[in-house]
Design a protein around this ligand. Structure first.
Ligand code: MF3
Ligand code: CO
Length: 258
């Protein structure tokens, strides 16, 4: 069952998502060579708690940290550690926060220092795939219109989408129905309705789509060791017009042209 949210509930989700957006912005600014992913986790937790919110991932199915920090061939759910970032790495930063019983969830992938143009392109295409998915999140469209738009863009660029992990509905639970796959034929699944709130999150591999999970039971890595990127926004379907991106970051335009 898809739980529709009232405008009042969406206002609370916008608060949770704004906290996530601000925390991501802060963590992104601190992301540089020499910093450990544990350092970024501490910064993320402080940013969320100082805004009166609660980290959503810490303790979720025993996940130990606030931040998911996925470096290079890590696809998602990288656990922060003493690992030091190096010039030329890329890192997916994924955060969730709870405000008033509602969740917000968002992720970005950023370059550490200078990266190859080939690597920058992977990040750019993944972000574009998210934006194209969000463009389809319009009342009257169907769920897999989002999925298809993501897959089409990714594959046209010569990359592959991860199929083992998907986006999701979000509300009083981090993961609600429906699942939001990053692949599929258009025109299937539930019709999009005002009050639906979705976390759309393309995961894009430079090589093959296969992933495996490390012995820590969380970190998903590409099977072939190639790089992977991830972006995510929490968006609300509107009564008319484009979706409202609840987790929009203020610096997003600059990010895109960076
Ligand atoms: N954004 C991810 C998701 O939606 C983060 C979950 S990490 C977890 O699944 F630890 F909370 F599972
Ligand atoms: Co998510």
């Amino acid at each position: 069952m898809i739980i529709l949210k009232t405008p009042e509930e969406i206002a609370v989700m916008a608060e949770a998502s704004r906290v996530v957006a601000e925390a991501l912005e802060i963590v992104r600014r601190e992301t540089r060579a020499g910093v450990t992913t544990d350092d970024l986790d501490r910064i993320a937790e402080e940013a969320i708690r100082s805004r009166g919110a609660v980290p959503a991932f810490k303790g979720y199915r025993s996940y130990p940290k606030t931040l998911c920090a996925s470096v290079n061939d890590q696809v998602v759910h990288g656990i922060p550690s003493k690992r030091k970032l190096k010039d030329g790495d890329i890192i997916g930063l994924d955060l969730g926060a709870i405000v008033g019983g509602f969740y917000g969830d968002s992720a970005v992938t950023v370059a550490v220092g200078r990266v190859d143009e080939k690597v920058a392109r992977l990040i750019r295409v993944t972000k574009e795939a998210l934006d194209l998915g969000i463009e389809q999140a319009i009342v009257g469209k169907r769920l897999t219109d989002i999925s298809h738009a993501v897959q089409r863009h990714v594959e046209a660029a010569g990359y592959s989408v991860v199929t083992e992990f998907v986006g999701h509905g979000i509300g009083r639970q981090l993961h609600e129905e429906p699942q939001v796959p990053n692949y599929g034929k258009p025109g299937h699944g539930p019709r999009l309705q005002p009050g639906m709130v979705l976390a759309i999150e393309p995961m894009v591999n430079m090589g093959g789509s296969a992933v495996r999970v490390l012995d820590d039971r969380w970190t998903a890595v590409t099977a072939d060791g190639c790089l992977s990127a991830h972006f995510e926004h929490t968006v609300a379907i509107q009564p008319a017009g484009p979706a409202r991106v609840l987790s929009q970051r203020v610096g997003d335009a600059a990010e895109r042209h960076a």
